[in-house]
Design a protein around this ligand. Structure first.
Ligand SMILES: *[C@@H]1O[C@H](CO)[C@@H](O)[C@H](O)[C@H]1NC(C)=O
Length: 265
């Protein structure tokens, strides 16, 4: 039992050490590959995660196998902080993404999204001009509305209204329902005579580079997307958290062993 926990910690850290190498390589690959704004924001966190994993694994590996108590202590401290951080982050993200949902539009297959329905914290993030411009250029550069345009190219207004749309397509690629614009095709609409009091209606343009990318509904679509993605991240987080707590407990055993063995010498 005495050696077992040390060996197990050593083995687990060898695994994470091996795992950190592809993560770092992947991050560097991303930085070489990514030409658009959208891919580039990912590379730094990925490389940082890889390096962090590498350092922590080395500390755990050397600490457990070579019985270096202070390294193992440092390892346990970092693990503890990681568990607390991950726990707090998971709770925080749950609270922040809890609010908000798409609104059903009568007689339409798609839903529409309003920024005001989402949490204030998230609203503040996307209302920051610098942040939004970055996200916007990323959405404009992608295939989001291009695909949308081509998919529904020959659809009549009736056929179009039956479609289910993703939150981002509903928010960014078409004008809001209450603008009552006249449909030419999915990304080309003519202003009607009906009065509207939605600022998004003035933000709409048939220019494929503008569309509704300046609309509040586009920001809301993004937040809705975030909300959906978050559910998947939360599951992963909880699994990682359980794994970390198990490793931490074994690490504590190894640490006790180190100390008691040092006593004997
Ligand atoms: C939108 O449709 C109108 C009428 O069919 C057409 O005259 C106009 O050029 C189109 N605009 C764009 C940007 O495709």
């Amino acid at each position: 039992m005495v050696r077992f926990s040390n060996n197990l910690i050593g083995l687990l850290n060898l695994l994470t050490l091996l795992l950190s190498i592809p993560v770092i390589v992947g991050g560097v690959w991303l930085s070489k590959q990514g030409s658009t704004e959208c891919e580039r924001w990912l590379e730094k966190p990925v490389i940082a995660l890889g390096v962090f994993l590498l350092l922590v694994s080395i500390a755990g590996l050397v600490g457990a196998c070579c019985r270096v108590s202070w390294l193992l202590w440092l390892y346990l401290l970092v693990m503890f902080l990681l568990i607390v951080l991950l726990f707090v982050f998971t709770i925080f993200a749950f609270v922040v993404t809890n609010k908000g949902a798409g609104k059903v539009v009568s007689n339409k297959g798609y839903k529409e999204y309003r920024l005001g329905d989402y949490s204030n914290w998230l609203q503040k993030r996307v209302n920051n001009t610098k942040t939004w411009n970055r996200i916007k250029s990323c959405l404009q550069g992608g295939d989001l509305c291009y695909d949308f345009h081509h998919q529904f190219l020959n659809y009549t207004v009736l056929q179009f209204s039956k479609q289910e749309l993703s939150a981002l397509q509903s928010g960014c690629c078409k004008p809001a329902e209450d603008c009552q614009f006249i449909y030419n095709n999915s990304t080309n609409w003519t202003k009607g005579t009906a009065a509207y009091n939605n600022t998004d209606c003035d933000a709409w343009s048939n220019d494929p580079n503008i569309l509704c990318f300046n609309c509040q509904s586009c920001k809301a679509g993004l937040l809705q997307n975030l909300k959906t993605d978050w559910k998947k991240v939360a599951v992963v987080n909880i699994i990682v958290l359980v794994f970390l707590i198990i490793v931490y407990s074994i690490g504590c055993c190894a640490f006790r062993n180190n100390r008691s063995e040092n006593w004997k010498y």
